[in-house]
Design a protein around this ligand. Structure first.
Ligand SMILES: Nc1ncnc2c1ncn2[C@@H]1O[C@H](COP(=O)(O)OP(=O)(O)OP(=O)(O)O)[C@@H](O)[C@H]1O
Length: 307
């Protein structure tokens, strides 16, 4: 992960453009061809592997021939200007685009070696293993406890309804453990443990987002997809989410869309830069992408010349 204080010339600060004014517009280290640098290699098997991914919405192409491998137990940031296809790409990783009638997905996405677009795949199981946290916190209008227990109850991990009680199979203790563990993992337990039966909508925005992360964790995912999870939050709540993401990456594979380049530099291990036309232009270690991008267009984007 990158220490943003060492981002140097490429840190997207207000002064960056002025500082770079004397730099040559095209530096020697940038080659004009090839026009993408995406063959990033890392040790071990990829958790997710995407090959030749195209997405169209009707006749409009949103993603163009994306190939990328995502390592496990790390944070991969997806950055790029508005409309370049970051959210579309994220939704391909757990087939959320299936819910969009106009979306047509071609190419291959494998999760732990299994093609997730194969016929007959269990989508409920896929989305349990590849969970998602959205831009706006979206707790259910239920108690804090019920928000967290919702997934484990739905997947049959715990049974706590009247029938379970009548038939002597009451998993309330196990459910309590899952609720506490998930809320602790999402760094919100201390703030809510004395009001688990209060409505989740009474929490602050930052607390609601951590609750949504806890809800995602409650079903034991392996991958957590996050679509601008802090963009609706104030700086203090954002810092808490960023700390949390870094901690989660010790156990989970995190893929995050962010508009905030400083945030990508702070919390991610790998960064993928998408540019207009739904093209993936550069993918590599975050330090390298921010401090020494291979693509001139990526350097221009990172230094604020467009986007
Ligand atoms: N449900 C949809 N129906 C039709 N077109 C869509 C849909 N969702 C996205 N698009 C289009 O696909 C392209 C990529 O959109 P997408 O939201 O994936 O980009 P993005 O990089 O995440 O944008 P932003 O940073 O603004 O959120 C855009 O042209 C967008 O208008």
């Amino acid at each position: 992960m990158t220490d943003t204080s060492s981002l140097g010339a490429n840190a997207p600060t207000d002064t960056t453009v002025a500082e770079n004014a004397d730099r040559p517009q095209t530096t020697d280290r940038h080659e004009d061809t090839p026009d993408s640098w995406t063959d990033y290699a890392f040790e071990g098997e990829p958790k997710l592997s995407v090959d030749g991914l195209d997405v169209h919405y009707g006749s409009d192409q949103a993603l163009d021939d994306i190939s990328i491998e995502i390592p496990e137990q790390s944070v991969t940031a997806l950055i790029g200007p508005s409309g370049c296809g970051k959210s579309t790409f994220l939704r391909c990783l757990n087939r959320m685009n299936d819910r969009i009638r106009a979306a047509e997905v071609d190419g291959t996405v494998t999760f732990e070696g299994q093609d997730i677009y194969q016929d007959g795949l269990d989508l409920v199981e896929l989305r349990k293993r590849v969970g998602m946290v959205f831009q706006a916190p979206n707790p259910f209008p239920k108690s804090i406890r019920d928000n967290i227990a919702y997934g484990p109850r739905k997947h049959g991990t715990v049974q706590t309804d009247l029938l379970a009680k009548l038939t002597g199979r009451d998993d309330s203790d196990q459910e309590d453990e899952i609720v506490e563990r998930s809320l602790r993992q999402a760094a919100i337990w201390e703030e809510v443990n004395d009001r688990l039966d209060d409505n989740a909508l009474g929490l602050s925005g930052g607390q609601q987002q951590r609750l949504c992360i806890a809800r995602c964790l409650a079903v034991d995912p392996e991958v957590i997809l996050m679509d601008e999870p802090a963009s609706a939050l104030d700086p203090i709540a954002t810092a808490k989410i960023e700390d949390l993401i870094e901690e989660l990456a010790e156990e989970y594979t995190v893929v995050i869309v962010t508009h905030n380049m400083q945030q990508a530099a702070r919390i991610s291990d790998q960064t993928a830069v998408f540019l207009t036309g739904g093209r993936l232009v550069e993918y590599g270690e975050t330090d390298q992408v921010f401090e020494n991008p291979k693509s001139q267009r990526v350097e221009d984007y990172i230094t604020g010349k467009f986007g």
